[in-house]
Structure formats: C-alpha cells, structure tokens
Design a protein around this ligand. Structure first.
Ligand SMILES: NC(=O)c1ccc[n+]([C@@H]2O[C@H](COP(=O)([O-])OP(=O)(O)OC[C@H]3O[C@@H](n4cnc5c(N)ncnc54)[C@H](O)[C@@H]3O)[C@@H](O)[C@H]2O)c1
Length: 273
C-alpha cells in the first residue's frame, strides 16, 4: 500500500548536507533529521555549524557536524569517510554549498550598474564562484560516488537554481554561468550513474531569503523587484525547499533521475499581475 509513511520515508537514512550551517542547507538538514534521518551537517563556518548542530541536538534530532570546505578535496574525503565510519552507509548527499556572484548588471531600479558590467567582473570573483559552485559540486560527487557504488546505490541532490535555466538581469553573471554548469553536471552524472542505482537530481530554488550574498535579500528594497516579478509576489524561504528535499531523498523518487525540481513560486512561468 502506497502510504505516505513509507513512500516518503527517510527514517534511518545516513545523509550528508554541505553548506548546512545556514539557509537552504540548514532547512534541508532540519527536515531530514526531523523525519528520522541521521544527518551529517557540514560547512566551512565552524562556529555557525557548531551552534546549529547544538540547537538541533537540543531538539532531540540525530545530527552531527563536520567542518569541511567543498573546495578542498581532502576535506570532502574526510567528511564522507567519517560519515560512513559512524553510520555504516551513505544514503543521501545534498551537495548544497554555494556562494553568490554579487548583483547583476541591472540595479534593482533596472538602471545599469557600471561596476557589474561584464567587462568589470573581477576575475578573482569569477574564479571563486566557479571554484565553489561548480568545483565544489564536482569534488563532492567525486568523494561520495565510490561509497554509493560500493553499497549498491544512493541519492544525490544538488542545490542548483533557476539561474541554471534562465538569464537573470539582477543576479551576477558568474553565478548564473556557474549554475548552468551545475545543471549539466546533474544530467550528465544522472545518466552515467543510473546503472549503479544512484539517482542524481536537483532542487532549483528561485530567490530565497538566506545569508547568501551577505543576506542582501533580507533587505526589503533589494527584495522588491524579485517580489514584483513573481506570480506569488513573494520570494522563497528556506523552508519552501523542504518538500522537494524529502521527495528527492525518499523512495517516492526512486524512478526519478536527472531532473530539477523547480521551487520558485511560478517565476519561470513569466509575469502575471
Ligand atoms: N538564496 C537564494 O536566493 C538561492 C537561490 C537559488 C539557489 N540557491 C543555492 O542554494 C545553496 C545554498 O545557499 P543559501 O541561499 O542557503 O546561502 P547561505 O549563505 O545562507 O548558506 C550557504 C552555506 O554554505 C556555506 N559555504 C559556502 N561556501 C562553502 C564552501 N566552500 N565549503 C563549505 N561550505 C560553504 C556557507 O558557510 C553557508 O553556511 C547555494 O548553492 C545557492 O547557490 C540559493
């Protein structure tokens, strides 16, 4: 019988979440742990990570913290080795850590910003964004896949973005380009890994209120154009991503691979009233 308790079950699963100290990664960790998964929360920010892990533990959830930078392959090796040593398995990996590339070529009042014009994008910003958003996903998958292959399967969920599918005038070009690359990693890895019973999917959030980009979307003025353009006239919260995360981690998505679950309030559809 297809009951929600079994179809969407994540109880007992060993999960790793990168970028888990804040925003979407924290919300995913909470949703997984609140439903009985054993969650290894990982982040490069040690203090924030420890504080969130302690808070969730106080709530009685099964979480642990491992400090790791996704741009460092040996950190990731240690992260997955420690998880498998502790839990005996690696069922689900949320490759979520990512950074902003700053504002886009249009300011929020739709005027041009010379500082963010293509020819003025700092090369070191471009490199940092690609190292984290693309290199970090690449290295996370490289470290996780051998464990999943040797145990006969697993689920990989990458936090992509609607920036992987459309141009975004208010979002930095390096970010949009990096998420386009992530979109192809999802599809390419999914087709390669299907025969090993490893599902690779993505969550594609629209703009969400988190700490990304210095938390700029917490500012109502910065948020306003995104809200105006959204058919629901609000932008996402991290909690809006929890349903997609549980779906992609649970048996409900066993025959789903290579897709993006878009969670954007209808933004990709276009303008409404
Ligand atoms: N907030 C949005 O509008 C939005 C929209 C679409 C996609 N996303 C994606 O969601 C993901 C999570 O971002 P968020 O919005 O929750 O931001 P956030 O800044 O609130 O959280 C990101 C976390 O990742 C960590 N992190 C950054 N670089 C890291 C690294 N090299 N190694 C380990 N940890 C690292 C940060 O310390 C932080 O705790 C990112 O991939 C982002 O691109 C966000």
């Amino acid at each position: 019988m297809a009951r929600i308790e079994t179809l969407f079950a994540v109880r007992g699963l060993a999960a790793v979440v990168t970028g888990a100290a804040s925003g979407i990664g924290l919300a995913i960790s909470e949703a997984m742990a609140a439903n009985g998964a054993k969650v290894t929360m990982s982040d490069r920010e040690e203090e924030k990570l420890n504080a969130e892990v302690a808070r969730l533990r106080d709530d009685g959830l099964s979480v642990r913290g491992v400090v790791a930078d996704v741009t460092n392959a040996s950190d990731l090796q240690r992260l997955f080795d420690e998880t498998v040593a502790a839990d005996g398995r690696l069922d689900v990996v949320f490759a979520n850590a990512g950074i902003s590339g700053g504002p886009g070529f249009l300011r929020t009042d739709n005027s041009r910003d010379p500082d963010t014009a293509f020819e003025n994008i700092p090369a070191d910003l471009w490199k940092r964004v690609f190292d984290t958003n693309v290199g970090g996903v690449f290295a996370t998958l490289q470290a996780a896949i051998p464990h999943m292959k040797s145990q006969g399967g697993g689920k990989i969920v990458i936090t992509s973005s609607i920036s992987s599918m459309r141009i975004e005038q208010h979002v930095g070009t390096s970010y949009v380009a990096s998420k386009a690359a992530v979109g192809q990693i999802v599809r390419q890895a999914a087709i390669e890994l299907a025969r090993y019973n490893i599902n690779v999917n993505a969550i594609a959030p629209g703009p969400a209120i988190t700490n990304i980009g210095g938390g700029r979307l917490k500012d109502a003025e910065v948020r306003a154009p995104f809200e105006r353009l959204n058919p629901m006239h609000r932008i996402a919260t991290p909690q809006d991503m929890q349903g997609a995360a549980l779906f992609l981690a649970s048996p409900a998505s066993n025959y789903v691979t290579g897709i993006h679950v878009v969670v954007d309030g209808g933004f990709l559809l276009g303008l409404a009233d």
